[in-house]
Design a binder for this molecule. Structure first.
Ligand code: FAD
Length: 494
């Protein structure tokens, strides 16, 4: 057997993607690899990306990252889901939590029983049948103990990058400061051979990871891998991001509040709040967006609002020759369901699982690309769902979202739920049945029927079962400390 031929790894870019990749590679394969990360302080990072999903916990566990250490270093708070406010109609609110709703059987998912109970008038909202939903609604949380919660984090992106950098450098990653001026390729194969920095430094490698953000210096500028534009389905293209001082106890969920041409986020950290306004520039001017954001801000502004432009879409090939794109260079779906950091972590995990020894084989990169495509397409559909199913009035933006010709895959999902309340999770689907159900119901998609087996349960038995379930959840939630008290057991960042 040949030895390790792919040895010199060069990571271009040191944002969240770059440092996640650097630490994961050195943590798992450091003994075999020489890892160099090139970043430019002058260019800086995108500076947003603070709401995560539970993948972050799993990933940290794989990497042996101590939770208390991480929470302290990054000013993190805990997240049980997202509160969607004013989405289907102004005044509406629902929480998409990370939890499982009720108890399903192998044949019938819980929501079919709930639909039956709702029809009989013995059940109101579906939320009280989900532990994480109720804990979020009541602002209660515990990271450990008798009430196991499925949770994620709100983190400070700047502190997270620094934290991972500290771990990565301590484990042997070499950091090179400077601007990449040229990507040198082999004249015959087109493989990348080196990054040439503006100050003349040459960083050679066997495998290159493009983490240069929206610039996509390697995958796009050098290798010419095209970008598939999804703005016809996801028309928001701008965000204003701003940080404010805390004025209330941090809630254990992200807030996503719809406005006339997009939505606004609020992400509570221990030491500040991340705020942002996402909008479609075709429907709202930057001036109006700024005005709207300012109107809604609470607490002193710590850093003036920053405008970020983006385009929804993906690269059908994120692994080309000896280059893999991670993070924003690989594609972007707007941050409504906090999926970008998840995609970075999943891609890095997959890279570790198929890490080449002899050289990059097309079989490996093709499989990698196929998986990445299917995964991001499923996320895209889930995000489009939130926009498409709306009944908001008096706004061109929301009307246009309703009128969108959505992807066929999503049309099928909506039809299945509308006709018979059926929902599914394929192997490449990030979002579970519970997620689809919470968002579809939250967006007022009413099924015309449900599984016939739900009718087999006598009404009295159903009433009792639901009351027991709700009671158990209410008692479990009441036993949890307030989120702010749970946070106190983790010290604040310096
Ligand atoms: P960047 O942070 O842009 O890093 C790029 C790096 O490349 C930097 O270090 C830069 O200096 C370097 N670089 C670029 N060009 C050169 C050069 N010529 N020479 C040397 N170095 C160079 N994700 C979530 O999961 N949750 C969220 O809540 C969320 N919110 C978001 C909100 C908005 C408005 C946007 C736009 C994105 C959001 N994201 C979110 C996505 C998230 O921000 C990114 O996935 C994450 O920050 C990773 O970015 P990155 O590392 O790919 O790029």
């Amino acid at each position: 057997m040949d030895g390790q031929k792919i040895k010199r790894i060069v990571i271009a870019g040191g944002g969240t993607a770059g440092w996640i990749a650097a630490y994961a590679l050195v943590n798992q394969l450091g003994g075999l690899l020489d890892i160099t990360l090139v970043e430019s302080d002058e260019i800086g990072t995108v500076g947003v990306g603070e709401s995560t999903i539970p993948t972050a916990r799993t990933f940290h566990e794989y990497m042996g990252i101590d939770e208390a250490d991480f929470v302290r270093a990054t000013g993190s708070t805990f997240k049980l889901g997202i509160s969607f406010e004013d989405w289907a109609r102004e005044g509406d609110r629902y929480i998409h939590s990370f939890g499982a709703i009720g108890r399903s059987t192998w044949m019938v998912d819980f929501h079919h029983f709930w639909l039956r109970a709702h029809e009989l008038g013995i059940a109101q909202d579906i939320g009280p049948y989900c532990l994480e939903h109720e804990a979020a609604a009541q602002g209660r949380f515990a990271a450990s103990g008798n009430v196991p919660l499925n949770y994620a984090y709100h983190l400070d992106a700047g502190l997270y990058g620094r934290y991972l950098r500290g771990l990565a450098e301590a484990a042997g990653v070499r950091r090179v400061e400077g601007k990449i001026g040229e990507v040198r390729q082999n004249g015959e194969t087109g493989d990348i051979e080196a990054l040439v920095l503006e100050d003349g430094q040459v960083v050679e490698g066997d495998l290159f990871i493009d983490c240069t953000g929206f610039r996509a210096l390697l995958i796009d500028k050098a290798l010419g891998c095209k970008f598939e534009d999804w703005s016809k389905w996801l028309p928001t293209d701008s965000a204003l991001a701003v940080q404010t001082r805390q004025v209330e106890s941090p809630r254990p969920y992200t807030r996503a509040m719809a406005h006339e041409a997009g939505w606004r986020w609020k992400i509570p950290l221990q030491h500040r709040v991340g705020n942002g306004l996402v909008y479609s520039s075709a429907h709202m001017s930057d001036e109006r967006a700024r005005e709207l954001l300012n109107e809604k801000l609470e607490g002193d502004v710590l850093i003036e609002p920053r405008l970020i432009r983006f385009k929804a879409g993906q690269r059908p090939q994120v692994w080309v020759k000896n280059c893999i794109a991670l993070g924003l260079s690989s594609g972007f779906i707007e941050p409504l369901e906090s999926t970008s950091i998840h995609l970075i972590m999943i891609a890095v995990t997959r890279l570790l699982q198929v890490f080449p020894s002899r050289g990059v084989s097309p079989a490996i990169s093709e499989r990698f690309n196929e998986q990445a495509n299917r995964e991001i397409e499923a996320i895209r559909d889930f995000i489009v769902l939130h926009y498409h199913l709306n009944e908001r009035e008096g706004s061109d933006f929301w009307r246009d979202c309703r009128d969108l010709d959505i992807p066929d895959t999503l049309k099928q999902r909506i039809a299945l739920f509308r006709d018979a309340a059926h929902v599914y999770q394929d192997t490449h689907d990030l979002f579970r049945i519970d997620s689809w159900v919470q968002v579809m119901l939250g967006q007022r998609l009413q099924p015309l029927s449900y599984h016939p087996a739900a009718r087999l349960m006598p009404e009295t038995q159903m009433k009792e079962a639901l009351a027991n379930l709700q009671g158990n959840i209410a008692r479990a939630v009441a036993s949890l400390p307030a989120h702010e008290d749970a946070l106190r057991s983790f010290a604040s960042p310096a």
